[in-house]
Design a protein around this ligand. Structure first.
Ligand code: NAD
Length: 732
C-alpha cells in the first residue's frame, strides 16, 4: 500500500489521492515524496491524461504537514557530511514540486504542459500547503473548521519545501510575512482573502470545480516564470520593497531578540531569493533551510515543542488504567484559580459544580466564564447557544450536596493546611469512594495534605498556572501514596481540557516553581550586589526569557515572594541560603512597592497601571557598582540558576522524565524556548563545558552553582542528557 494513488476518468483527468496509511490525517514522509513523484511522471508522460487534480483521501482535511519526527532525524541520517546530505535531500524535494509546477512545459517558451489543480477538502498545513502552492490553482472547500497555513516557524524551522519562496512571490514580502513569520493560520475564506488559495467552493463541488478548471485549457505559467516578473510590493531594491525589508528585519529582531535562528534565516531566504531567478531562489531557500536544520536550537525546539509535547499530551507517562475521562468535576474555591479551572472544564464540555463559602463568591467565580464568553461573542467566535450551553454546565453554589456524582474534585481554596483539610473532609462526606481528590496547592506538600483524605491513593496534586485559561502547562504531583488511577484521572482530565501535562513527585515547590524561584532570586541578588538592573533585565531577555526576573517579581507580587521566603526559611532553618535576596525583597515590601498590583515595584507604573521603566529609587538603597559584569556572566547566572535546579530535580527523582523537564520549563515559565529547555540547553553546550562553567560560577558567586554529581559524572564520561535519559535510551 502506498500513500498516493492515481485514477484517470473518461475525460482524461487524473486524480492523485493522498491517503497516508494508518493515520487519521495525511503526513508526508520520504517514501510519500517518491510515490508522488512517480505518479506525476506517469501523468505527465501519458498522452491520454489532459490534466491532474491532487486531493486527499481523508474526509475534511488535506494534510497536517511533514512528519516532524523525520525532520528531527534528517540530520542524523544525512551521513558523514550532514550539511551536504541535508541540502541534497531538500533539493530532491524541490525537484518534485518544481516538476509539478512546470508540468512538462517547454523551459524556454513556456508552451505545453498540463494543468495541475490542488483540491483541499480542509486543513492544509506545512508541506500540505507547499504542495498546493506548487500546483497551478488551489481550490479549497468552504470548511470553516479548516486551517490553512505554514506553522513551521512555531517549532523552530521555516517552510523549506518552496513555501517560503513561492508564498513571498505570490503575495509579496509584506503579504506573506504574517503567514511565514508568525505561522498565522486562516480558514479557507480568510486564506482566499489573503491570496493564499485561489478559490473557495462548497465542499460537495470541490472536485467538480477543480476538474472544470483543469479541462478549461487554463494558462498555467506561474507569474515568476513569466518574463519581467516583479515581486508584489517590490523586491528589496525597489523603494517600497526596501521599506518592507528594513521594517521586517527590525520587527524580527525586536520579537526574537536575535535568539531564534529560524526567523532570521527565513527572512534572509526571502530577501536573497527576491533578487534572483526562481530556480536560484529555491537553492538559496534550501541552503538556509539546511543551515537551520544543522542548528542545534532547531532540533531541540522540534523535539520539545512538537514531538515530546505531543507524546506527553497523548499520555506517554500515563499508567495502565481504564479510561478516566471526567464527567462531573467539583471545583472548591471560586477565587482566581477556581474560576479559571471552571472555565476550562466547562469549555471542554465537563459538568462543573463550583463551590465557595458564600453564594456571592461562587457567583463571582462563575462570572469569569461569562466574561470570557462575552469577549468571544464580541469577536464573533462564540454564539449565544454556545454561551448558554457552557454557562449551563456550571452550577455555582455553596451546597456541598451538589458534589454528589462528581468523579473528580479540584480544590483551590486558600493556601492553608487547616482550611484545605477541613474542605477535604467536607467534600468526602458527600462524594463516593471512587472520586479522585486533587489539590491545586502551589507550595504545600501533597503527602501532608493527603493525610486529611479518607483515601490517600485517590489524592493527588493538579497544579495549574495563572491565568488558567492561557497557561498551557499543568503539573501533576504524585504524593507518596498516590495511586495509578488518580494519575490516570489527572492525565485524562488535562487531555480533556487540552493542556500539556507533566507528572512529578512531591518535593518542595514540585518542579516549575522550584526552578523559577532561583531565577528570580538570582536577579534580586544581583540588585543587592550593585549590578545595573537594566543589565539584569536585558540579559534575561537577550537570552530568550520572556520576562526579566525583576519584572517577574512585579507580576507575581513582592508580598507573595515575602510569604514564600518566610515559609521556606521556617522550613529550612540554618540551611536557608537566600538571606541577601530577602533583604532586598523585604525592603521593597516595607516601601509598599508590591509590584504591578500596587502600581509600584522594581518598575514604575502610571495611574492606569501601564508599566514604565525600572524604578530609579532603587539605586538610592542599592547603588549601582562602578564595575559591571559582562553580559554572558549575567546570562549564565540566570540560566544556570534554573538549569541546575532542574538537574537536581532529576537527581532526586522529582522528575522522572527529562522530556517533562524540558517541555514543562518552556510551557510553565517560558525557559528560553530556543534552547528546547534546560536539559536540551545543557546538551547544546555540552556537559563538560557546563560543569567547568559551574565550577567557575561557584568559585566566584557561591555554592548554589555547585556542579551536581550527575552533571559531573556526565561531564567526565562525555555524556548527553538525551542520549542517557531520552526515550531511545529507555527503550534500549
Ligand atoms: P483566591 O484567594 O483567589 O481564591 C480562594 C477562594 O477560596 C476564595 O474565593 C475563597 O472564598 C475560597 N475559600 C476559602 N476557604 C474556603 C472554604 N472553606 N470553602 C469554600 N471556599 C473557600 O486564591 P487563588 O489564587 O485562586 O488560589 C487558590 C489555590 O490555588 C491556593 O492553594 C494557591 O496556592 C493555588 N495556586 C495559586 C496560583 C496563583 O497564581 N494564584 C497558582 C497556582 C496555584
Amino acid at each position: 500500500m502506498t500513500d498516493f494513488t492515481m485514477t484517470t476518468d473518461a475525460d482524461g483527468v487524473a486524480t492523485i489521492v493522498w491517503d497516508t496509511v494508518g493515520k487519521s490525517m495525511n503526513v508526508m514522509n520520504q517514501q510519500g515524496f517518491l510515490d508522488l513523484d512517480a505518479l506525476v511522471d506517469q501523468a505527465l508522460a501519458d498522452d491520454a491524461i489532459k490534466g491532474v487534480i491532487i486531493t486527499s483521501g481523508k474526509e475534511g482535511t488535506f494534510a497536517g504537514g511533514m512528519d516532524l519526527n523525520i525532520i528531527a532525524k534528517m540530520k542524523e541520517s544525512a551521513g558523514d557530511d550532514p550539511a551536504r546530505g541535508l541540502f541534497e535531500g531538500v533539493m530532491d524535494m524541490h525537484a518534485v514540486l518544481r516538476k509539478i509546477e512546470r508540468a512538462g512545459m517547454d523551459p524556454k517558451t513556456n508552451k505545453g504542459g498540463k494543468p495541475i489543480a490542488c483540491a483541499l477538502p480542509g486543513t492544509a498545513l506545512g508541506i500540505g500547503l507547499e504542495i498546493p502552492l506548487a500546483c497551478h490553482r488551489i481550490f479549497a472547500a468552504d470548511n470553516p473548521k479548516a486551517k490553512i497555513g505554514l506553522p513551521e516557524i512555531l517549532v523552530g524551522i521555516f517552510p523549506g519545501a518552496g513555501g517560503t519562496t513561492r508564498l513571498s512571490r505570490k503575495l509579496g514580502a509584506m503579504g506573506a510575512s504574517p503567514l511565514l513569520l508568525e505561522g498565522k493560520l486562516n480558514d479557507p475564506k480568510k486564506a482566499k482573502a489573503a491570496g493564499v488559495v485561489d478559490e473557495v467552493v462548497p465542499a460537495d463541488e470541490l472536485l467538480s470545480a477543480a476538474k472544470a478548471w483543469v479541462l478549461s485549457e487554463p494558462s498555467i505559467v506561474k507569474p515568476w516564470d513569466e518574463k519581467g516578473y516583479k515581486m508584489p510590493g517590490g523586491a528589496p531594491y525597489h523603494p517600497a520593497g526596501f521599506m518592507t525589508f528594513v521594517g521586517a528585519s527590525a520587527m524580527v529582531n525586536g520579537k526574537t531578540q536575535g535568539v531564534y535562528p529560524a526567523a532570521k534565516a527565513l527572512l534572509s531566504a526571502v530577501y536573497e531569493g527576491a533578487l534572483v531567478p526562481f530556480d536560484t531562489a529555491i537553492k538559496i531557500e534550501a541552503r538556509w533551510f539546511t543551515n537551520i536544520l544543522m542548528n542545534p536550537s532547531s532540533s531541540a525546539m522540534i523535539r520539545s515543542l512538537f514531538i515530546n509535547k505531543e507524546a506527553l499530551e497523548k499520555g506517554a507517562n500515563r499508567p495502565e488504567a481504564p479510561d478516566q475521562s471526567v464527567k462531573k468535576v467539583g471545583v472548591i474555591g471560586a477565587g482566581m484559580m477556581g474560576a479559571g479551572i471552571s472555565l476550562v472544564s466547562a469549555l471542554a464540555g465537563i459538568e462543573v459544580v463550583l463551590i465557595d463559602s458564600t453564594q456571592e463568591a461562587a457567583d463571582k467565580g462563575k462570572s469569569y466564564t461569562t466574561a470570557h464568553l462575552d469577549k468571544g461573542m464580541a469577536r464573533k467566535k462564540v454564539t449565544q447557544e454556545k454561551k448558554d450551553a457552557v454557562l449551563g454546565l456550571i452550577n455555582a453554589t455553596t451546597d456541598y450536596d451538589a458534589l454528589k456524582g462528581c468523579d473528580l474534585i479540584v480544590e483551590a481554596v486558600f493556601e492553608d493546611v487547616g482550611v484545605k483539610a477541613d474542605v477535604t473532609a467536607k467534600v468526602q462526606a458527600v462524594t463516593g469512594p471512587d472520586c479522585i481528590f486533587a489539590t491545586n496547592t502551589s507550595t504545600l506538600p501533597i503527602t501532608e495534605l493527603a493525610k486529611a483524605s479518607a483515601d490517600s491513593e485517590k489524592f493527588i496534586g493538579i497544579h495549574f498556572f495563572s491565568p488558567v485559561d492561557k497557561m498551557l502547562l499543568v503539573e501533576i504531583i504524585k504524593g507518596k501514596e498516590t495511586g495509578d488511577v488518580a494519575v490516570a484521572k489527572a492525565l485524562d482530565f488535562v487531555r480533556q481540557i487540552k493542556k500539556t501535562p507533566i507528572v512529578v513527585n512531591d518535593e518542595r515547590f514540585f518542579y516549575a516553581n522550584r526552578c523559577i524561584i532561583p531565577y528570580i532570586n538570582e536577579g534580586i541578588r544581583m540588585v543587592k550586589e550593585g549590578v545595573e538592573p537594566s543589565l539584569i533585565e536585558n540579559a534575561a531577555k537577550l537570552v530568550g526569557m520572556p520576562l526579566g526576573p525583576l519584572q517577574l517579581v512585579d507580576e507575581t507580587s513582592v508580598d507573595l515572594g515575602v510569604k514564600i521566603a518566610k515559609a521556606t526559611r521556617a522550613a529550612m532553618g540554618d540551611a536557608y541560603p537566600d538571606g541577601e535576596v530577602d533583604e532586598v525583597l523585604f525592603w521593597m515590601f516595607d516601601q509598599e512597592r508590591l509590584g504591578r498590583k500596587s502600581n509600584a515595584g522594581f518598575y514604575s507604573y502610571d495611574e492606569k497601571g501601564k508599566r514604565g521603566g525600572l524604578w530609579d529609587g532603587l539605586a538610592a538603597q542599592y547603588p549601582v557598582a562602578d564595575e559591571q559584569p559582562d553580559l554572558i556572566t549575567v546570562q549564565h547566572r540566570l540560566l544556570f540558576a534554573q538549569t541546575l535546579e532542574a538537574v537536581r530535580a532529576l537527581e532526586e527523582g522529582v522528575l522522572e522524565d527529562i522530556r517533562e523537564g524540558d517541555v514543562g520549563a518552556i510551557l510553565g515559565w517560558g525557559f528560553a524556548p530556543w534552547s528546547g529547555g534546560p536539559f536540551s540547553w545543557l546538551d547544546i553546550i555540552g556537559a563538560p563545558y557546563a560543569a567547568e562553567r559551574c565550577d567557575q560560577l561557584t568559585a566566584e558567586f557561591g555554592e548554589r552553582f555547585k556542579t551536581p554529581d550527575l552533571l559531573r559524572e556526565m561531564a567526565d564520561k562525555g555524556q548527553d542528557f538525551y542520549k542517557r535519559f531520552g526515550t531511545a535510551a529507555k527503550a534500549a
